[in-house]
Design a protein around this ligand. Structure first.
Ligand code: GDP
Ligand code: MG
Length: 440
């Protein structure tokens, strides 16, 4: 998903002016990418409609850098649809009750441990986990294991305390918590592979018995297109106040997360990112948006470039390139600009079609810009304009003057010649093979 969206951003960014059809093209690329990532159709529709409206406005206003504006609009809309601000858990009563619901295997029991640990260490709360999943033979034991890892207590049914009756276990667990001064009770419940009435009935009964502050609906990020149906069934059945997206560590495309919030309107509160209890964090819409769009890098790049890149200078350089009068001085100017833009490798890696130069990029050492400066400054104006006059004795003089070696000068001259050749090819309009976006 992120590759394709950043791909469409790259082509946008390279344009100085945007037309309505550029906007449409971008929107249709994003639309396809979202659908491929299993984002639900209604969510995709409202998303693209909002982006279209705002982007069209940005283009019509003839604003500076419309491409960048569109990128920002897409990001902002995504943050919006993912829920905007992070919502805190409601822990207002004592004990506060948090009930977990979701399909079997979604990650509820693991979440109980994660939440228990997080509440204990990050919120300084005394936590009791309650084992109201009596469906699976090993479920109670599993909760006891994660409770032990989390360093929190577990309420498991014993004879007289509701063996075989999950509702009674929940009720007795809450009574226990009240009696022993627990701050938070986390109720683990049973799930099925599919949604069925009996399971939903049980969840509703448990809910009625413990009157939770929060019902957290746990959903596996890899669930794909079933996300909407499942979320709707739980929303219509037991109902929920928050969403936890689990298994975000996998090869997930983020579609389920987008869909659930978009369709139910209930905020995503936590993200589970692994099997360990520490693989858990509060959900931040802006970070998820970046993750989906891989935009952290893209936005930073644009901002850095904006701050430092002198368009005038660029235009001059482009002219020199096409005239073939590009000199070492110009080369130095360009190196300095690139250096100012931040990490050279990162930037070059973002240019469309630079993949084939990755090896050369890996070898590029940013600190070498300083040495290049020294070398060029030790040259006479004539030498900078025409490297062909650099014979052996001139090279030795420059090496001494710049505190470098003849080998370094040789390699700089070689690289400069390569760059000039490449630029001439580009400016002739044909473009370098395999470097779309840089040609024409
Ligand atoms: P439940 O049936 O809803 O209680 O689900 P479990 O908590 O038993 O989790 C089912 C499986 O998913 C277990 O093997 C967990 O270790 C695993 N699991 C849970 N959360 C995550 C997660 O965030 N990432 C990964 N990779 N695995 C998870
Ligand atoms: Mg479980």
């Amino acid at each position: 998903l992120s590759d394709r969206i950043t791909g469409s951003f790259k082509s946008l960014r390279s344009k100085g002016r945007l037309s309505a059809s550029d906007v449409e093209e971008t929107i249709s690329q994003i639309r396809r990418a979202l659908l491929d990532a299993d984002v639900a159709l209604p969510v995709v529709r409202s998303f693209t409609a909002a982006v279209r409206e705002k982007a069209t406005g940005a283009v019509a206003s003839k604003a500076l850098n419309p491409g960048q504006q569109v990128v920002k609009i897409v990001n902002d809309e995504l943050v919006e649809i993912l829920g905007g601000e992070t919502r805190e858990l409601d822990l207002s009563r004592r004990p506060a009750v948090i009930m977990l619901a979701g399909l079997q295997g979604a990650g509820k029991t693991t979440l109980a441990g994660k939440l228990g640990r997080w509440l204990r260490t990050e919120r300084n709360r005394k936590v009791l986990l309650v084992a109201s999943d009596l469906q699976r033979p090993n479920a109670v034991n599993q909760l006891q294991v994660v409770g032990g890892q989390a360093g929190v207590d577990v309420w498991a049914p014993e004879p007289g305390n509701g063996v075989g009756d999950p509702v009674a276990v929940a009720r007795s667990g809450l009574a226990r918590a009240e009696e022993y001064g627990y701050d938070v009770v986390v109720v683990d419940t049973a799930g099925r592979l599919g949604i069925d009435e009996e399971m939903m009935r049980q969840a509703i009964d448990i809910r009625a018995a413990v009157n939770p502050n929060e019902v957290l609906f746990v959903i596996d990020a890899m669930i794909g297109q079933d996300a909407v149906a499942t979320a709707n069934a739980f929303q219509d059945g037991v109902g929920f106040t928050g969403v936890v997206v689990s298994k975000l560590d996998g090869d997930t495309r983020g579609g389920a997360a987008l869909s659930v919030r978009g369709v139910t309107g209930v905020p995503i509160m936590f993200a589970s990112t692994g099997e360990k209890l520490t693989d858990f964090e509060q959900f931040h819409a802006d970070r998820m948006a970046s993750r989906i769009l891989d935009m952290g890098d893209v936005l930073t790049l644009i901002e850095q470039a904006e701050r430092t890149w002198d368009e005038q200078q660029q235009a001059e350089l482009a002219e020199k390139m096409s005239e073939g009068s590009f000199t070492l001085d110009d080369f130095l100017v360009q190196m300095r600009q690139l250096k100012r833009m931040g990490s050279m490798k990162k930037i070059m890696g973002m240019l469309p079609g630079m993949g084939q130069y990755r090896e050369a990029l890996e070898a590029f050492d940013e600190s070498s810009v300083g040495r290049i400066e020294a070398i060029v400054q030790s040259m006479t104006p004539a030498e900078r304009t025409d490297v062909k006059i650099l014979n052996g004795s001139r090279r030795q003089r420059i090496a001494r003057g710049s505190g470098t070696t003849v080998q370094e000068i040789n390699s700089l001259v070689e690289r400069f010649e390569q760059a000039r050749k490449m630029m001439q090819q580009v400016s002739r309009g044909g473009g370098v093979p395999g470097m779309p976006g840089m040609g024409g």
